[in-house]
Design a protein around this ligand. Structure first.
Ligand code: COA
Length: 423
């Protein structure tokens, strides 16, 4: 039995933020019913298409283990079907533009009338306030949540990160809110509204930079490279390049082959506790006791020289050799892995973190499996549904529409081009 078996999710999500949330819930065993506009579906189905005529990887990699029902929620019969779905489900998840659900006629008040136990979970770009009505995408959230202003190099513009912290990050936050509300419902017997704003989610993940903002008001941030370089601080937390957020000096350094391979680099941390081992490894044993080098604080204005010397050493090794040498000594290092290297890592397939998924339209593709492992609730990744693949099945099995009733719903056009087998 899966952890969330028996939980029915009415999945009104689209694009990335909401789908990542409901995909996780599906992996934990929930029955996720994805509602999509007839003939159109989630816009990502046809975005960044690599196999003509097939659902894109953008869609397939975000919608595993779900069932798809085509339903026009603005059509009268469609509204009737949606009402029945709200009656039957435990959680409704949506990430429409602000106000879209109200415009459809399904306000929070109306949903509670239909099903007082329903948990309504929503992602919006911003929380209540002056930007509450904005439509928001990933990079907007990274910028508004404090990530972009603190990412990049001091002498360069703000940068967005490759990690989708605004979309997938907020999806994760929402999933936690949903299971918490389900747990609460066990005791209260009532549903509740769960909201996660993308700006808030990004800010939560950028928390250490707000820490630094407040420390900056008391004096310069001594662990930032710019302090050692004698560059004055401004009023706001600066971009810290590849400095580590935890205060231990760290840099990305070239490794053997860097001239041809853009990812032949390692992250290298000169953690105070292993300083002596670092000195031995790079061949500078006298730095262990030398004035100006022995104590962490005294090293701050010499970090460029120290990392240049470490880099001289890392450039004689591959990033994996650096890892093999430093790891047993507890010197924290990390190879910069390319997506190609990750996609070829057999160890990640063995744990289910990477999976190969067969698909009838596009053939086999690689996806990221469930990154959270439960010892009593294993995950079998199943391909994403084709548009409307389960419309009849959901109408019949979940909602009990049969015979004339089913024909009426189909004829109304509320559920798209559905063929119902003659009884
Ligand atoms: N049947 C009928 N109509 C449907 C429908 C269905 N099954 N599903 C969606 N629609 C309608 C909506 O009701 C809405 O109609 P309205 O504008 O008349 O109210 C319309 O489709 C478009 O929805 P919307 O959410 O505005 O899509 P969009 O493509 O214009 O905007 C986002 C996309 C992502 C910017 C927007 O949804 C948003 O800001 N979401 C919240 C933040 C978020 O999650 N952003 C990250 C996405 S990865």
């Amino acid at each position: 039995m899966k952890a969330l078996e028996g939980v029915k999710i009415l999945d009104f999500t689209h694009v990335q933020s909401g789908p990542t949330c409901t995909q996780l819930l599906a992996w934990f065993g929930a029955d996720v019913l994805k509602v999509e506009r007839p003939g159109v579906g989630d816009a990502t189905r046809k975005q960044l298409v690599d196999v003509p005529g097939a659902d894109s990887l953008y869609f397939t990699m975000l919608n595993h283990n779900k069932r798809s029902i085509e339903l026009n929620s603005k059509n009268e019969v469609g509204k009737e079907v949606l009402t029945r779905l709200i009656e039957e489900c435990d959680v409704m998840v949506e990430n429409f533009a602000p106000g879209a659900l109200d415009r459809m006629g399904f306000s929070w008040e109306r949903i509670q009338e239909i099903n007082p136990k329903m948990i309504l979970a929503s992602i919006k770009g911003f929380g209540p306030g002056k930007y509450q009505d904005c439509k928001v995408y990933e990079n907007v959230a990274q910028c508004a949540g404090g990530s972009a202003s603190t990412t990049g190099f001091l002498d360069g513009p703000p940068l967005v990160t490759g990690a989708q912290i605004g979309d997938s990050g907020t999806g994760l936050h929402l999933a936690l809110g949903i299971v918490t509300a389900l747990f609460h419902r066990e005791k209260s017997g009532r549903g509740q509204k769960v909201t996660a704003a993308m700006q808030d989610g990004v800010l939560n993940l950028t928390r250490v930079k707000l820490r630094d903002q407040q420390r900056l008001e008391k004096g310069p941030l001594e662990e930032y490279s710019q302090f050692g370089e004698g560059i004055p601080f401004g009023e706001a937390t600066p971009r810290a390049g590849n400095d580590s957020g935890g205060g231990q000096p760290g840099r990305i350094l070239k490794c053997k082959g860097w001239e041809d391979d853009p990812n032949a680099y390692t992250y290298f941390i000169t953690q105070a506790a292993v300083w002596e081992k670092v000195c031995d490894v790079i061949g500078e044993p006298e730095w262990k006791t030398k004035d100006g080098y022995a104590k962490p604080k005294d090293r701050l204005d010499k970090l460029n020289e120290i990392f240049a010397r470490i880099e001289e050493w890392t450039m004689t090794k591959t990033k994996f050799e650096v890892m093999d040498i430093c790891n047993p000594l507890d010197i924290p290092v990390g190879p910069i892995l390319s997506m190609k290297e990750i996609a070829e890592d057999e160890g990640l397939y063995a744990t289910g973190t990477l999976v190969k998924v067969p698909h009838p339209e596009r053939g086999e593709y690689i996806s990221v499996g469930c990154p959270i492992k439960l010892s009593d609730s294993s995950v079998e990744v199943e391909r994403s549904p084709l548009l409307g693949e389960h419309t009849t099945e959901i109408l019949q099995q979940v909602l009990g529409y049969d015979g004339e009733n089913l024909a009426r719903v189909v004829e109304s056009g509320a559920v798209g081009d559905v063929k119902v087998a003659a009884e």
